[in-house]
Design a protein around this ligand. Structure first.
Ligand code: ATP
Ligand code: MG
Length: 390
């Protein structure tokens, strides 16, 4: 039996005049993501994308897996391709859906007749096919309100399609449709989740990571690279900037009051991130901060950090609990990597008593006691770029 994958867009279908641009972007993203899995023809009709393998024997389970991680798709399913002939539809429905129909208790048939030239009307298709299914699976009963299985028949231009289960898609908007932003990616649990959440809103993510060798190890950097790899099935390709941060951190340690170490470090991170962001057309920064989680994430500390930022800083986890963040990190498969115990530059030179309610004027005074500019420029010059493809 010939099979296709149907992907339905959700929110995007509402985008009016922009719909075309969103559809094009989604189609492009799907094409890119499916390239390693074979050759496919993509067609679209009525807020649905039809993904047809060009060769027989293509493994559709991998395709379904990939499609389930692509933002912009609200629901998706595998479907059986039938002739536009009721006898063929009935025969294939019974065979194709045998597994789910034999284990379910209730069902209904839902027919959509886009091709009005098809001789049977939708209610007639439902009645006839329902009768045939009941005959073959006598244990079933019809439940039109809350069926366990909805057998859907779609009569389209060139073919008819039959499918059973509808799987929930990744939702959101196609990556790239909202522009680009720079994610401050540590090796922790939070920032990969923050990146995933913004990618869900159509933001193309680039990542920046600060390393402080010899205080941080190569393994810590490799761990963050693994996180990038794990994010690509959702986020698409990621440009990864790795910034040497040791000299700046040592300069903070040698020149600033200890209680401001972390806050000044964070301000320098933001400064470097936004300069690299500007060169690469990123319109915002993204962090994994959540209010109150640690001393540098109090509202007063966030205000001091944001005072250096000239572009918006998105903190999609700002109101979330750690347990909620962990739940997502497990779902997107970054958790196991995030909990590997390698040190981050944030934990180098941490003050014993960080200021939880820093005043901006005090922080600025502490930071102005040293000219960080030459070291900022040097760090940017020595930044390494690596690209992770989807
Ligand atoms: P995470 O779990 O993402 O590491 P966290 O709860 O450990 O977050 P912090 O270590 O205070 O919090 O970092 C706050 C945010 O600052 C991180 O979510 C991340 O966006 C950014 N950040 C921290 N360390 C780095 C780093 N070495 N490189 C890039 N960004 C970083
Ligand atoms: Mg961290």
């Amino acid at each position: 039996m010939k099979e296709v994958v149907l992907a339905k867009y959700g929110e995007m279908a509402l985008k009016g005049l922009n719909k075309r641009t969103f559809e094009d972007m989604l189609t492009k993203n799907i094409r890119r993501r499916l390239r390693p899995l074979g050759s496919f023809t993509l067609t679209r009709a009525q807020s649905t994308l039809y993904i047809t393998p060009d060769e027989e024997n293509t493994d559709l389970s991998e395709v379904v897996d990939a499609v389930g991680r692509i933002f912009g798709i609200a629901a998706y399913c595998r479907a059986c391709v039938c002739e536009k002939d009721f006898a063929d539809i009935a025969e294939k429905s019974v065979e194709y859906l045998e597994n789910i129909l034999s284990t379910a208790g209730t069902f209904k048939v839902n027919a959509k007749r886009a091709d009005k030239a098809f001789p049977m009307k939708s209610p007639e298709i439902c009645m006839e096919l329902g009768g045939i299914i009941l005959e073959k699976f006598p244990h079933l009963t019809v439940d039109v309100k809350n069926p366990e299985v909805t057998v859907t028949v779609e009569i389209r231009d060139t073919n008819a399609y039959v499918h059973g289960e509808n799987l929930k898609g990744a939702g959101g908007l196609p990556v790239g449709s909202s522009g680009k932003a720079m994610l401050l990616l540590s090796g922790g649990i939070d920032s990969p989740v923050a990146g995933w959440m913004m990618a869900k809103r159509g933001v193309h993510i680039e990542a920046i990571h600060y390393v402080s060798p010899p205080y941080t190890s190569d393994r810590a950097r490799l761990k963050v690279e693994t996180l990038c790899e794990k994010m690509t099935p959702y986020c698409g390709g990621i440009a990864f900037y790795c910034v040497p941060f040791t000299e700046l951190q040592e300069a903070i340690r040698d020149n600033c009051p200890e209680e401001f170490f972390t806050i000044i470090m964070r301000r320098l991170m933001m400064e470097i991130a936004q300069r690299i962001a500007a060169k690469d057309n990123c319109l915002a920064l993204i962090t994994g901060e959540s209010v109150g989680q640690v001393a540098s994430q109090t509202m007063a500390a966030i205000a001091c950090t944001d005072a250096v930022c000239r572009i918006p800083v998105f903190r999609p986890l700002v109101g979330m609990d750690k347990t909620e963040i962990i739940e997502i990190s497990r779902k997107i498969d970054t958790f196991e990597t995030s909990v590997l115990p390698y040190e981050d530059c944030c934990t180098v030179f941490t003050p014993k008593h960080p200021k939880v309610r820093p005043q901006l004027s005090d922080v600025e005074k502490a930071q102005n006691s040293f000219d960080f500019e030459p070291l900022i420029q040097k760090a940017i010059e020595e930044t390494e770029l690596k690209t992770f493809n989807a």
